[in-house]
Ligand binder design. Structure first.
Ligand code: PLP
Length: 424
């Protein structure tokens, strides 16, 4: 097949008419296919069903003797602290276990820093217009937190090795109102890239203009490898070695390890930061859901148990990611109208269409019954400057539905591209 840029008007018009026909055929079938959010499939959730019954009637005591049915245990039961500590290669007293949403931990953390300041310093919101650096494309819900608190978002370009570190260093070291940066260091949402060792090292070496600048290191996909385990340097240790042990908050989550609605999560940071946070937590709650924590401890046993379990997830997810890759390569590779990522883990494929085509593609797909994450969602304020990026989330639909949805998606990409060339 010829590249679209090499086609003449007659060829493009014929092609467009064929594609229009194809799409209206899909529309008539009236299917409803969903590729919006990156959530685990039923098959993945079932991997943990034994967790629902793994606590016997008299099994409610944690290793420290705490009664998990009762109040208390703010920082989490020792078994789960140990599992997170081993997975993140830190010490248990650098871990605070949370309930089922790491996003809630991030939201709380930003809220407290806005209203009460970092480590009892001047509240961010009293210092002027707070800014966060937002590597983009990035995770829409990070951006939603900034929107909620009226934090100005400064987009930072994402490359193969992570965010543009020259830009990060420039903003962080020159602007005292830059108070944070969102990072998804492993299998980034949505590009799927893994930060290089050099990128992580440069993060730890940052010299912020603001003492209360913090790195939000959202390691949401730290255990979600499709193939061999990708390792990234330990940011908590590196910040400590660089003399700024309190500069980073790391987050991890079992939402996509066990049950997204009933998992455990954690926030990890220096022991001193954890002490501050625990002090605040005493005003917020009398204790987390320790029975869920105990269930996880009994089911996984240890960090190795978690990693073995993740291999079962990978076995389910690999064919889905392969299907995306095979379909896009077969349908679009030689046409010069798109590029996409081939991630080795995580939950997403990031797709770049011709400039100005993403919204059109998402809307064509919606008309034909395929829901996608809104175009622009991967950029601050929903504004993709090129209107080209689309996040593909292949994990939830069964393979046959994914195949159908991808077929429609590729037709929509071709149609939007043909129309763009026809419009000149
Ligand atoms: N962080 C990232 C980068 C994510 O992609 C997601 C979910 O998609 C989350 C956090 C949400 O995590 P949790 O379920 O622990 O709130």
């Amino acid at each position: 097949m010829k590249k679209y840029s090499e086609m003449n008007t007659i060829e493009l018009t014929t092609l467009r008419d064929e594609l229009l026909n194809e799409l209206s055929g899909h529309k008539e079938k009236g299917k409803k296919l969903n590729m919006t959010r990156g959530v685990p499939s039923d098959e993945q959730l079932a991997l943990c069903n034994d967790m629902l019954t793994c606590l016997a009637k008299d099994d409610y005591k944690a290793a420290n003797g705490a009664d998990c049915r009762n109040y208390g245990g703010l920082d989490g039961i020792p078994e789960i602290k140990k599992i997170f500590a081993e997975l993140l290669e830190i010490s248990p007293d650098e871990v605070i276990v949370g309930c089922n949403s790491s996003l809630a931990l991030m939201f709380d953390n930003v809220a407290v820093n806005m209203s009460h300041g970092v480590r009892d310093g001047t509240p961010w919101q009293k210092q002027g217009q707070v800014k966060f650096l937002c590597p983009s494309p990035g995770y829409d819900r990070h951006f939603a937190i900034c929107n909620y608190f009226h934090i100005e978002m400064v987009p930072i370009a994402m490359g193969q090795d992570g965010p543009d570190m020259d830009a990060v260093e420039h903003h962080v070291s020159t602007d005292p109102m830059v108070k944070g940066i969102w990072c998804v260091p492993k299998y980034s949402n949505p590009t799927g890239i893994v930060y290089s060792d050099e990128t992580v090292r440069r993060f730890a070496q940052l010299k912020p203009a603001a003492d209360d600048f913090r790195i939000y290191w959202d390691n949401a996909y730290g255990f979600h490898d499709l193939h061999a385990r990708a390792k990234i340097p330990n940011i908590i240790r590196l910040c400590e070695e660089a003399g700024r042990p309190n500069m980073v908050y790391e987050f991890a989550s079992f939402s996509k390890v066990s049950f997204a609605g009933a998992s455990v999560t954690c926030m990890a940071s220096s022991k001193s930061n954890c002490e501050y946070i625990l002090k605040r937590l005493t005003a917020q709650t009398i204790g987390p859901d320790k029975l869920t924590q105990l269930r996880h401890a009994r089911f996984f046993k240890d960090a190795q148990g978690v990693m073995s379990h993740m291999e079962k997830h990978a076995a389910i997810l690999k064919p889905k990611f392969k299907l995306v890759s095979d379909t896009l390569n077969r349908e679009l590779k030689d046409l010069g109208i798109a590029s996409w990522t081939e991630p080795a883990g995580g939950y997403f494929v990031s797709f770049d269409a011709l400039d100005g085509c993403a919204k059109k593609i998402v809307s064509l797909c919606a008309d034909a019954g395929v829901s996608l994450t809104p175009a622009g969602a991967t950029y601050p304020n929903g504004q993709d400057p090129k209107d080209s990026n689309i996040r593909i989330a292949p994990t939830f639909p069964p393979l046959n539905e994914l195949e159908e949805a991808l077929g429609i998606f590729c037709t929509a990409v071709k149609l939007a591209s043909a129309e763009k060339y026809l419009a000149g």
